[in-house]
Design a protein around this ligand. Structure first.
Ligand code: CTP
Length: 407
């Protein structure tokens, strides 16, 4: 997806082994539609060559403030003025200290200092050894660069090139792409607390087996991501799915409908928007065996009895918080036919302001979908598109409805 179409990013590399990840980051920015101008410090050139970065960005790389290619010999001015953002990845401990001091004795630091702060944001992806990261000097410097207007994107945790394990790894290129994309997104849901349920539930029969469904969780995860991009504080209650947690989203993993009900009602107490995308099992086995149910050789098959599961959306929609219009509830309906009629009826039955209908068999597991939005004023179609695109459109639709609904 061309999430960064039309954006011009100056990608600054400083000295750190994480420079090897910057090659992939550059490629992802370009694939996302951005133009990328790479600027490297002398130390960065020890880790990766300008040739690699030139080939991936399609532009010659700048490494020196004395570069005579610029007619006015001022690459620090020219390069920064064109940028929609300067992204420093990796940003070493030393470079952060230099930013704090306003040093300007190489092209990259000079360019950061010379950037018009009101127009050109500076995003920093730190990368260093865990002891360097934890050092009070680094933490103090990070607070200062943030206070000076930079956005610090955080670090990863794990195995480090030095052989130690801990905080300080540069975020992975895909995570950085997600963060930079979110940074550019309009903050339509700033100040909102969004709660999303996603995926199937798993209703155990015994410790080995259970009943579940084909929901992949992709739509709900896309909604959580889109809500975070739109500036909301997001909690995602997820059934058993193998999907990476969207950046900046608090995830609570659950298995059964009952677990999901508990986690959701807890989070709903402070949420302002609830989007129920989970395909909650309607029934669970009436009894659960503590041990595996064995064949006894007689050829007899077990008889299963079921109990109805709680309706999570209905429970939340009936809560005091939803009824007093502090919580905007959105339901999903997966139908196999007569989408509009079923969706309208379901919205009434659940007593919610907005219901999103889709045709279940056409969407389960897919990366795209088509949605039908049903509210008190009627029906609106969101034509087939990638789930993330639809999720973003849905966030816009929700944001647009909030002011009128709350009065
Ligand atoms: N939902 C829920 N808890 C349940 C069942 C459904 O929160 N136990 C939510 C889903 O997340 C979705 C909406 O309710 O947002 C779906 O409504 P539902 O009436 O369950 O739809 P269907 O199961 O498709 O209903 P029906 O069998 O009547 O078609």
């Amino acid at each position: 997806m061309q999430d960064l179409a039309g954006k011009h990013i100056v990608l600054g590399l400083t000295g750190g082994i994480a420079c090897y990840k910057s090659a992939e980051l550059c490629r992802l920015f370009v694939k996302a539609g951005a133009t990328v101008q790479v600027v490297m410090t002398e130390a960065a050139e020890q880790f990766i060559t300008p040739v690699t970065m030139q080939a991936l960005s399609g532009r010659t790389v700048y490494t020196s403030q004395w570069d005579t290619r610029e007619p006015n010999n001022m690459p620090h001015i020219n390069l920064s003025r064109e940028a929609d953002a300067i992204v420093l990845a990796p940003c070493s401990a030393d470079f952060i200290a230099r930013l704090v001091q306003g040093r300007s004795d190489d092209l990259l630091s000079l360019m950061c200092l010379a950037r018009p702060m009101d127009r050109i944001p500076l995003l920093i992806a730190p990368a260093m050894n865990r002891e360097m990261w934890a050092h009070p000097a680094t933490q103090r410097n990070l607070m200062q660069v943030a206070a000076d207007g930079a956005t610090v994107l955080g670090v990863g945790n794990g195995w480090q090139a030095c052989g130690e394990t801990g905080d300080g790894r540069m975020l992975e290129p895909a995570q950085l792409l997600e963060d930079v994309t979110a940074f550019f997104s309009p903050k339509l849901l700033a100040g909102q607390k969004v709660l999303v349920t996603a995926g199937p539930t798993f209703e155990a029969l015994d410790p080995i087996r259970g009943i579940t469904n084909h929901s992949s969780g992709k739509m709900g995860f896309a909604i959580a991501r889109a809500a975070r991009e739109a500036g909301a504080d997001v909690t995602l209650v997820a059934g058993p799915v193998h999907l990476p947690t969207p950046r900046g989203v608090a995830r609570v993993d659950v298995l059964s409908a009952q677990d999901m009900l508990e986690a959701t009602t807890r989070a709903a107490q402070s949420a302002s928007i609830f989007v129920a995308t989970a395909a909650v099992a309607d029934w669970r086995p009436a009894t659960q065996s503590n041990q595996k149910i064995k064949k006894d050789g007689s050829g007899r098959t077990p008889v299963l009895n079921f109990t109805e599961n709680p309706d999570i959306l209905l429970a939340v929609a009936k809560s005091e918080r939803a009824r007093s219009k502090k919580l905007f509830c959105v339901g999903f309906a997966a139908e196999s036919e007569n989408l509009a009629e079923h969706a309208k009826a379901k919205r009434e039955r659940k007593g919610i302001p907005l219901l999103v209908g889709n045709i279940g068999p056409l969407t389960f597991g897919q990366d795209d979908n088509a949605l039908l939005l049903v509210d008190a004023n009627g029906v609106r179609e969101l034509p087939r598109a990638p789930k993330l695109t639809l999720a973003r459109e849905l966030m816009t639709e929700i944001a647009a409805r909030l002011p009128d609904w709350r009065v």
